[in-house]
Design a protein around this ligand. Structure first.
Ligand code: FNR
Length: 379
C-alpha cells in the first residue's frame, strides 16, 4: 500500500519489483564481467534453469474462507528468531557489484531484521561488516581453508565480532567450469577482494613470503589456492565443532545420505543447495532434492534451502516441502547493483510483502499451516 499511495502523488519505485525484469535491468547497468559472474551458472546453465523449472512444476492450491487476515511468518532457525523465514545467502566479492558491497547489504539486512550470512570471500573484513550491521543478526559462511591456522583465526575473529551461527559450504572446494567467466578471463577475486582476508587476517599474512601490500596479485592467488583442492572429510567437521561454539550448518547438501552423515557428525543444520546452479552443471534441482532430505533429517536438525527462490510463492513452496527457511541469492545482488543499501532494501521489502500476501491469499495464517498438501505437482 505504501507504494500505491506514493504512486498517487507521482512517486514510483526507482526500479522494478518483477524478478525477471530485475535481472535484465541489472544487466543494462552492470559491466559484463560482474554481471555474468552473478547471473551465470556452471557449464551450459542447465542447473540454473532446472532450479526454476522445479519451482514452476509445483503449484500452490489456495484454500478459501479460512480467515487469514492476521498472519505470522515468524520462525526460529539455528537458535535465531526470524520475523520471516528468509536469510541473505552468502555472496562473495560484493564490491564488484557496488563500491559499498557487503557494508550496504549488512545495513539493509539489519534495517529489516533479516540475518545476513557473510561470505569468507567478502570484499570487506569480518569486523567492518559486523560494525555496519550494528545490532543486526549475522551469521558467518566458511570456505574451509587448507590451513588450520587460518581456519581457527577466521572463526575466532567471526565469533569475536558477533556472528552467531556458522554455515560451512561444502560444494565449492574448487571453482566449477564457468564459461561466462572464462570467456572474459574474469577473475572476480582479483577485482573484488578489497580489504578482506589477504589483507586483514594475521594467520594468512604470516603464511606469505611477501606482504599483500608488496605483491597484491600473489597474495590473492595464494588466497584462492587456500580454498582449492582441500582434502576434508565428514570426520574433520569435528575440528570445526571444536573451534566454533555456536550452531553449525553445512551448505550444498543434495543427497539424503549426506544429510544423515552431517547429522551424525553433530551438525545442527543442513542447507539444501546447488549453489544457484554455479557448481555442477546438470545437477539435480535443489527443490527436487529438498523433500527427500527433509524426510531423512528434518525432525533432527533445521533444514534450510536455497537455489532459485525469486518470489513469495517460491518461499511458500520451499517451506511446504520441508524447509524451515530459505536463503535468497541473486535478486538482492541485483538490488545492490541498482542502488546500494536502498536497492537491497527495496528487493527485500518486496519479497517480504509478496510472501505475506501470498500466504494469506492461499488461505494460510502461519508457516506451520504449510505442507505437502499445499502443493500440486504438474508433470
Ligand atoms: C554465490 N554463492 C556463494 N555461496 C557461498 O557459500 N559463498 C560464497 O561466497 C558465494 N558467493 C556467491 C556469489 C554469487 C555472485 C552468487 C550468485 C552466488 C551461492 C549462494 O550462497 C546461493 O547458494 C545461491 O546464490 C542461491 O541461488 P540463487 O538464489 O542465486 O538462485
Amino acid at each position: 500500500s505504501e507504494i500505491y499511495l506514493q504512486g498517487m502523488s507521482g512517486v514510483v519505485p526507482a526500479f522494478t519489483n518483477d524478478p525477471t525484469a530485475l535481472e535484465s535491468s541489472a544487466r543494462e547497468l552492470m559491466e559484463p564481467g560482474p554481471y555474468w559472474y552473478v547471473a551465470g551458472g556452471a557449464g551450459s546453465g542447465a542447473t540454473v534453469r532446472a532450479n526454476r523449472e522445479a519451482f514452476d512444476r509445483r503449484r500452490i492450491v489456495p484454500r478459501m474462507l479460512t480467515d487469514a487476515t492476521e498472519r505470522d511468518v515468524s520462525t526460529t532457525v539455528l537458535g535465531t528468531e526470524l520475523a520471516a523465514p528468509v536469510l541473505l545467502a552468502p555472496i562473495g566479492v560484493q564490491s564488484i557489484v557496488h563500491p559499498d558491497g557487503e557494508l550496504a547489504t549488512a545495513r539493509a539486512a539489519a534495517e529489516l531484521g533479516i540475518p545476513m550470512i557473510l561470505s569468507t570471500a567478502s570484499s570487506h573484513t569480518i569486523e567492518e561488516v559486523a560494525e555496519a550491521s550494528g545490532d543486526g543478526e549475522r551469521w558467518y559462511q566458511l570456505y574451509w581453508p587448507n590451513s588450520d591456522d587460518v581456519t581457527v583465526s577466521v572463526l575466532e575473529r567471526a565469533e569475536r565480532a558477533g556472528y552467531t551461527a556458522l554455515v560451512v559450504t561444502l560444494d565449492t572446494w574448487t571453482l566449477a567450469w564457468r564459461p561466462h567467466d572464462l570467456d572474459q578471463s574474469y577473475l572476480p577475486f582479483i577485482r573484488g577482494i578489497g580489504t578482506a582476508i589477504p589483507f586483514s587476517d594475521p594467520a594468512f599474512r604470516a603464511s606469505l613470503e611477501r606482504t599483500p601490500e608488496e605483491d597484491r596479485n600473489s597474495a590473492v592467488l595464494r588466497w584462492v589456492q587456500m580454498f582449492t583442492g582441500v582434502d576434508k572429510s565428514w570426520e574433520r567437521l569435528a575440528f570445526l565443532r571444536e573451534h566454533w561454539s555456536g550452531p553449525i550448518a553445512v551448505k550444498g547438501v543434495l543427497h539424503p545420505d549426506d544429510a544423515r552423515r552431517a547429522v551424525d557428525a553433530g551438525m545442527d543444520g543442513i542447507v539444501v543447495s546447488n549453489h544457484g546452479g554455479r557448481q555442477v552443471d546438470g545437477s539435480v534441482a535443489a527443490l527436487d532434492a529438498l523433500p527427500g532430505i527433509a524426510e531423512a533429517v528434518g525432525d533432527r536438525v533445521d533444514v534450510l534451502f536455497d537455489s532459485g527462490v525469486r518470489t513469495g510463492a517460491d518461499v511458500i513452496k520451499a517451506i511446504a516441502l520441508g524447509a524451515k527457511a530459505v536463503l535468497l541469492g541473486r535478486p538482492w545482488v541485483y538490488g545492490l547493483a541498482h542502488g546500494g543499501q536502498e536497492g537491497v532494501r527495496h528487493v527485500l521489502r518486496g519479497l517480504l510483502a509478496d510472501l505475506d500476501l501470498t500466504l494469506g491469499l492461499t488461505g494460510n495464517r502461519s508457516l506451520a499451516d504449510l505442507g505437502r498438501h499445499t502443493l500440486m505437482e504438474n508433470s
